[in-house]
Design a protein around this ligand. Structure first.
Ligand code: PEP
Length: 249
C-alpha cells in the first residue's frame, strides 16, 4: 500500500510574526517537494502572515491547536471557524504538551477531532507513551486506548482522511529518537487498531507519522518503515535541516 508521505513541523511557542515570515521565506526553497505533503503548524498569531509568505509554494500552513466549540465565551481559545476562514487545512490535536500542561484528556481530544471533521479540517492526532509506560511494557495497550477514545464516533470516511502522529513522550525534545524498530512496531500496532475499529481499507489509507527528535540523519530510516508515513517534527522544523527531513530520500 503506498500512501503519500506527510511531513509536518510543529513550531510550538516559537517565532514572532516577523520571524515566522522570515522562516517561511528561508525554508520555502528547501522544502520544495511535490511528492510529500508539507505542513508548517504555527502559533495562531502567525497563521495569516505565514500563509501570505507561503503563497505559491507547496507549504500548507496548519494550526497547533483549536477549541471544540464554534464560538462563544471561551477567552483565549481559537475556533475551527477561524482556522477555516484563514485557509487552514491541518490542525494538531492532543499534542502531549497540551495533555501535560493544559489538561487535555482523551475525551477532550475526541471532542476536538469530531469538531475538526465537522469543519473539514484534517486533524493530526497525537498519541504516545511516557518512559514509565514503556518500561512497564504497556506502550501498545496505552496507545491503543488513546486511539480508541480519539476516534469515538468518527466515521470510516473521516478516519481515512486523518493523520495520526505517534510521539513517544520520552523522545519529544530530548534528542532521544526511538529506534526505527520501536517506531515501526507502535505505528503498525496503531494501524491494526484502526483496522479493528473500522476495516482494512481504512487501516490501509490512514497516515501515521512518527514524532520525537527526528533529525535530518534519522528521517530516512524512520520514514522508509512500512507503517510510517512521514513525521511530526518539533525542534528541527525551525531550522534549514527541515528541508533535509522533507527531502529525506
Ligand atoms: C513535537 O513537538 O511534536 C516533536 C516531536 O518535537 P521534537 O521533534 O523537538 O522532539
Amino acid at each position: 500500500m503506498s500512501r503519500r508521505k506527510i511531513v509536518a513541523g510543529n513550531w510550538k511557542m516559537n517565532m514572532t510574526p516577523t520571524q515566522a515570515v522570515e522562516l517561511v521565506n528561508t525554508l520555502k526553497p528547501l522544502v520544495a517537494n511535490d511528492e510529500v505533503d508539507v505542513v508548517f503548524c504555527v502559533p495562531a498569531i502567525n497563521i495569516i502572515p505565514a500563509m501570505e509568505a507561503a503563497k505559491g509554494s507547496n507549504i500548507n500552513i496548519g494550526a497547533e491547536n483549536m477549541y471544540f466549540e464554534d464560538s462563544g465565551a471561551f477567552t483565549g481559545e481559537i475556533s475551527p471557524l477561524m482556522l477555516v476562514d484563514a485557509g487552514v487545512k491541518y490542525v494538531i490535536i492532543g499534542h502531549s504538551e497540551r495533555r501535560e500542561y493544559f489538561g487535555e484528556t482523551d475525551e477532550i481530544v475526541n471532542k476536538k477531532v469530531l469538531k475538526a471533521f465537522a469543519h473539514n479540517l484534517t486533524p493530526i492526532i497525537c498519541c504516545g507513551e511516557t518512559l514509565t509506560q514503556r518500561e512497564q511494557g504497556i506502550t501498545i495497550d496505552f496507545v491503543r486506548q488513546q486511539i480508541k477514545i480519539a476516534f469515538q464516533n468518527v466515521t470510516a470516511e473521516q478516519a481515512k482522511a486523518s493523520v495520526i502522529a505517534y510521539e513517544p513522550i520520552w523522545a519529544i525534545g530530548t534528542g532521544k529518537v526511538a529506534t526505527t524498530e520501536q517506531a515501526q512496531e507502535v505505528c503498525a500496532a496503531i494501524r491494526v487498531c484502526i483496522g479493528e475499529i473500522y476495516d482494512q481499507a481504512t487501516a490501509d489509507l490512514i497516515r501515521i507519522q512518527y514524532g520525537g527528535s527526528v533529525t535530518a540523519d534519522s528521517a530516512a530510516d524512520l520514514f522508509s518503515q512500512s507503517d510510517i508515513d512521514g513525521g511530526l517534527v518539533g525542534g528541527a522544523s525551525l531550522k534549514p535541516d527541515f528541508g533535509k527531513i522533507v527531502n529525506y530520500k
